[in-house]
Design a protein around this ligand. Structure first.
Ligand code: SAH
Length: 466
């Protein structure tokens, strides 16, 4: 069984420090069930790939078992030596224990940083198929490529197997990536080689810290990880729910990821950002505020546009702003760049004098997160108090929801949406606002236009009338 981890972070050989394994050395680690070895298949400044090769010996597996238990052929002949399973998790915890805990003596700043990482698993059993695999990793931000493996190439009639060759890509801290693998590989395999007891809850909590409680499939993960032992699963979920109450931002972010997954197929997000950028550029605005900037996707585009001199990202969620800061790598900014971009925590339903004096405001996929009864307060705040020359507001077109295969009828795209409007509802609202506050308004659709239900996203461009 082979697992490789690659990075293109520069210099890529820093991976050696992060994993605490020297790229020039081949190292062997005895395990109770076989042997693990670590070596590098490439190691230069542009790319570095570390390989963990796990050799599971089925004879070793049987050896420790009590004599009274019946020995079947399956105990000797099975898939365990060839597939990623809980044995691999044990090997990761042993061989990469320092990296898994997020410590790094020589390069502590890189251990703390999200870097581009690609994982390749030669054979990963996925009970529940590719859909389940994606359900596990996509909410955590991974790009998943799965190649199904046939049972036997010589006998195509035997059909597909539950095994996949899997590539996972993400920009993420190495410790987070290792903890995702540690928990999710056995969950996908849905089989564990050891007895599951109370101490497994502790392991799940420890390695799931910071992500499991916000994962949309956390119950399923806990259930499978704990081998479907209802008592243990109940305790684990109770602990996760307790954590929930502490971190509402984390839940919000996970919900946002769900929405992204749903819309990804048509790369709606990119189309939306491109349309917004086009309007902003043509307006010639030099001072732009992104209200409800979330993780900073629009800010990233704004920064690339040299004609824009002042950029401010505002969000009510501190965690979202933290992620935006990491994504934009603000810690690497020069003094000039630092004064060009501000990130601030503020709510759109309170007046904040820092938010006046902008030529253009973007409110992208935000209004549907506000309670309908607060919308009037937001309107006055934006169009009367901040009063930019131009405001761009986008929101989902609820009519289009029937075109999303994975979205049950009547459900919104995101669990935090307080409402989703039809085209008529949005236009009625926007026309009313424009009239009340002295703006002109123009509508555009974003995403593929469907004859019957329109496009997935609707946009209103408000321009102040002189
Ligand atoms: N504009 C971003 C994020 C959209 S998600 C994008 O297009 O990717 C909605 C965002 O609005 C979230 O980050 C949420 O934290 C933020 N938000 C919700 N209510 C808010 C409020 N009252 N004030 C400021 N931001 C708010």
């Amino acid at each position: 069984m082979l697992l490789t981890i690659s990075t293109t972070h520069n210099p890529a050989t820093d991976l050696g420090y992060l994993l605490h394994k020297h790229p020039d050395r081949y190292q062997c680690f005895p395990m109770t069930f076989g042997e693990a070895s670590v070596f590098y298949t490439e190691a230069n400044a542009d790319k570095c790939t570390a390989a963990l090769l796990l050799d599971v010996n089925p004879i070793d597996l049987v050896r420790g078992k009590s004599k009274s238990s019946e020995r079947s052929l399956e105990q000797y002949v099975n898939d365990r030596p060839y597939v990623a399973s809980s044995f691999l998790s044990v090997a990761i915890a042993k061989v990469f224990s320092t990296a898994l805990s997020g410590r790094c003596k020589d390069r502590p700043e890189i251990a703390e940083k999200a870097i581009p990482l690609t994982v390749y698993l030669s054979v990963l059993p996925c009970r529940g198929g590719e859909k389940f695999l994606r359900k596990m990793f996509e909410p955590l931000g991974y790009q998943v490529t799965a190649t199904p493996l046939v049972l036997d190439e010589k006998f195509p009639d035997w059909g597909a197997s539950p095994y996949f060759a899997v590539e996972l890509q993400n920009t993420i801290k190495l410790a987070d990536l290792l903890s995702h693998l540690y928990v999710l590989i056995p969950v996908l395999d849905d089989d564990k080689h050891y007895w599951v007891g109370d101490e497994e809850i502790e392991k799940l909590m420890r390695h799931g810290e910071g992500w499991l409680n916000a994962h949309p499939a956390r119950e399923q993960i806990a259930n499978r990880y704990l081998k479907r032992q209802r008592r243990l699963t109940k305790i684990a979920i109770a602990q996760l729910v307790e954590e929930d109450n502490l971190d509402p931002d984390a839940i919000e972010l996970s919900h946002q990821q769900e929405e992204e997954v749903l819309e990804r197929r048509i790369s709606l997000n990119e189309q939306r950002l491109a349309s917004v950028m086009e309007v902003l550029k043509s307006s010639g605005a030099k001072r732009v505020v992104d209200l409800g900037c979330g993780e900073g996707k629009l800010l990233q585009f704004l920064l690339k546009e040299s004609s824009i001199e002042q950029i401010t990202g505002v969000d009510v969620s501190y965690r979202a702003l933290e992620i935006a800061g990491e994504r934009l790598q603000v810690d690497r900014f020069s003094t000039a760049q630092q004064s060009r971009l501000q990130l601030m925590q503020s709510s759109l339903i309170y007046r904040d004098s820092r938010l006046t004096g902008f030529e253009a405001a973007a409110v992208i996929e935000v209004i549907e997160h506000l309670d309908l009864e607060r919308l009037a307060v937001f309107e006055r705040n934006l169009f009367e108090f901040m009063r930019p020359q131009r405001a761009i507001v986008t929101t989902p077109n609820v009519e289009y929801n029937v075109r999303f295969e994975n979205l049950p009828a009547g459900k919104f795209r995101h669990r935090d949406h307080r409402f989703e409007w039809t085209r008529k509802e949005f236009q009625t609202w926007a026309n009313g606002v424009a009239e009340r506050f002295g703006y002109g308004v123009e509508f555009r659709s974003i995403g593929t236009e469907d004859l019957a239900v329109g496009s997935p996203t609707q946009m209103a461009i408000f321009t102040q009338q002189l």
